[in-house]
Ligand binder design. Sequence first.
Ligand SMILES: [Zn+2]
Length: 276
Amino acid sequence: MIFASDVMTLNNKDEVPYLTYNALDEISFIKHCFSTRLGGVSRGEFESMNLSFGRGDSDENVTENYRRLCQSAGLEFDSLTASAQDHHTFVRKVGVNERGIGIYKPKDMQSVDALMTDERGITLVTYYADCTPIYFVDIKNKAIALAHAGWRGTAGRIAEKVVNAMKDSYGTDPSELICAIGPAISKCCYEVDESCCQHFKAMDDLNTEAFIFTKDGGKYMLDLLEVNRQILIKSGVRNENITISDLCTCCNSELLWSHRATKGKRGGMAAFMCLR
Ligand SMILES: [Zn+2]
């Protein structure tokens, strides 16, 4: 397996590997990472680092995988709090009272596609296998958020909803946000049909030519990372404060879980972020 990225680093690659963004590593008051499919205990189609509960893997294996990833990346297992993703755009504010939810305590909400906090002692967790993760760090108010943006969440402008929720809760000025988008399935591999693409053609305040590429047969290649970048900029985030991952999940399916590359027989990865 060859690893090559200009914006991310593969850490601890001989044991329990995890990715970090070089731009986010420079922010001293946070910890963050993105898992890979390597270094876990799961077997069969989940081999080996599966961080998705409820896909048929045992809860014991998934929990052990979380423990391993936390130990490798220097995160506190007890502080983890997960989303409850269902491709909507609800943003949940969490704190230390929500530690463990969705990991070692039951989910208590049905629809949470973004998490945010300004408290120490809680680690935000969202999960992926082609959909787009978005990291948000307010460097002035020391608040953070993670969003899960598949095509539905992207079309529903979850990135803008997170920026607005951070404004309301933490007084965030979007120009003080540092953001990272991905890893996700990218324009090289993300083919969609007309019924999906029409949601993006309708985004007439954005430069659609930069993210919709017409193919033959009524199909399109869609660049969801670029859609999310443009939505962030419309929301007031500065372009130079946005990093876009250059790792397509589908092109790098030995390293990363891809729903498309595995035809759905897969485990899941997770994004993690906490305040130090
Ligand atoms: Zn690709």
